[in-house]
Ligand binder design. Structure first.
Ligand SMILES: [Zn+2]
Length: 408
């Protein structure tokens, strides 16, 4: 996708755009799965500035959802998110699902039998690194033997994870308005007549030109259970309004008014993407609002009670089920591998009755924490309450406990 670079001015600083300062601006930020970019829209300096401020704020507000749904980014992956459970455990939610410890732990105690050192590391590599440090202090330490005896163990956090989804505000709001304006630029609507948007983006004290909208579903052909991201514009010569709509992960829904003096031919354009795969979606969005409705949207009058929760309920169960199944499969695989490795049978050997008994005992032993965790607390629960939605998550915690040794 490309915009016309000639004669175009940066929508943010009004600098004229040339081949030297032109930039590729993602219509939907890359961090939340956007792929399509426009040119001839903002200058490189403004692109960097807006990326580090407005877009970064939006991405951070949507961070828990990016991890929950597993955003496929064009470049890189979603960074981990540090959380503290209700039981005070410091953990990190990672992009590929499991929870890990936020940091390794190390303790050293002097008792009558010598010095007891306990290390909990997140991987064998980390354990090896920590032990190398310990060996500098205690040269007699047999690092190889300790590592050979070290066991990988998995446990579930005791507490729940509450994500606060603080969506909104003026900083991320500017990212949203910029996205809709980029879509207008892509659709061939002249950005210099989008006065409401230009005013808002260029002046820190300007009135916001967006509002949240949950009164109806504006996506006519919404695919079920898809946490879609979309940006659309509609320019209507009858009302003069240039309107836009942005939706994030199927749940955060925003109507934008870019300008009010449109006199060209009718335009309607939409870019939508399934952030889990990067697949483009073909959607039709109708924004037949007039001035009075725009005012009501800006005044928070189009958010009926329970509407946001309802939007969450449409996309969350599928995501929760997918993560539950991935965890179940992982646990099964790990339990089976562990049982075969420890049942006493050599590879290729016929299993005796004794081996089979031991196998089933070992599989059951390894599956027990998963079963207890999920029976006791049903996969994951979601509680959404008005503007401060919270998603409870009780994922898995990966840890390794390699060293519990006495050194004299
Ligand atoms: Zn600029």
């Amino acid at each position: 996708m490309s915009g016309e670079a000639s004669g175009q001015r940066c929508v943010l600083c009004d600098e004229s755009i040339s081949a030297h300062n032109d930039s590729r601006e993602h219509v939907i930020p890359e961090a939340i799965g956007g792929r399509v970019a426009v040119r001839g829209f903002i200058c490189r300096t403004c692109n960097n500035g807006a990326g580090h401020t407005w877009d970064a704020k939006l991405a951070s507000q949507l961070h828990p959802l990016s991890l929950m749904f597993g955003v496929q980014r064009q470049r890189g992956s979603t960074p981990g998110l540090a959380i503290t459970t209700t039981a005070g455990e410091d953990l990190v939610i990672t992009a590929d699902g499991p929870l890990t410890l936020a940091k390794p732990s190390f303790s050293e105690e002097t008792g009558p039998e010598g010095i007891k050192i306990q290390i909990v590391a997140r991987s064998m590599e980390e354990a090896t690194r920590i032990l190398a440090g310990v060996k500098r202090k205690y040269p007699k330490l047999d690092v190889d033997r300790i590592l050979a005896d070290a066991q990988m163990s998995t446990s579930y956090p005791k507490g729940l994870v509450h994500h606060r989804l603080d969506f909104g505000g003026e900083i991320s709001g500017r990212s949203i308005v910029k996205s809709v304006l980029a879509m207008a630029h892509h659709a061939g609507i002249p950005t210099d007549i989008c006065h409401d948007a230009l005013d808002y983006l260029r002046n820190s004290s300007a009135t916001p030109c967006f509002g949240y909208y949950h009164a109806t579903d504006l996506v006519f052909d919404r695919p079920p259970e898809v946490p879609l991201n979309c940006v659309s514009v509609e320019a209507n010569p009858d009302t003069g309004l240039i309107l836009g709509y942005a939706e994030y992960f199927g749940v955060q829904r925003v109507v934008v008014c870019l300008g009010r003096r449109y006199a060209g031919g009718p335009v309607r354009a939409c870019y939508a993407v399934d952030p889990r795969t990067g697949t483009r979606l073909d959607l039709s969005i109708r924004l037949g609002f007039g001035e009075a409705e725009i005012k009501a949207i800006y005044d928070y009058k189009m958010i009926p009670d329970g509407a946001i929760q309802e939007a969450f309920a449409k996309v969350m169960p599928a995501a929760i089920k997918k993560r539950f199944e991935a965890e179940r499969d992982r646990v099964m695989k790990e339990a089976t591998e562990y049982a075969f490795a420890n049942c006493g049978a050599k590879p290729g050997e016929m299993l005796t009755e004794e081996h089979v008994k031991k196998l089933s005992r070992l599989v059951a032993e390894k599956l027990t924490p998963f079963i207890l965790h999920n029976v006791a607390r049903r996969p994951r629960s979601l509680s959404v309450a008005g503007p401060t939605e919270s998603v409870e998550e009780t994922g898995r915690e990966n840890e390794e406990q390699p060293a519990k040794k006495t050194q004299t």
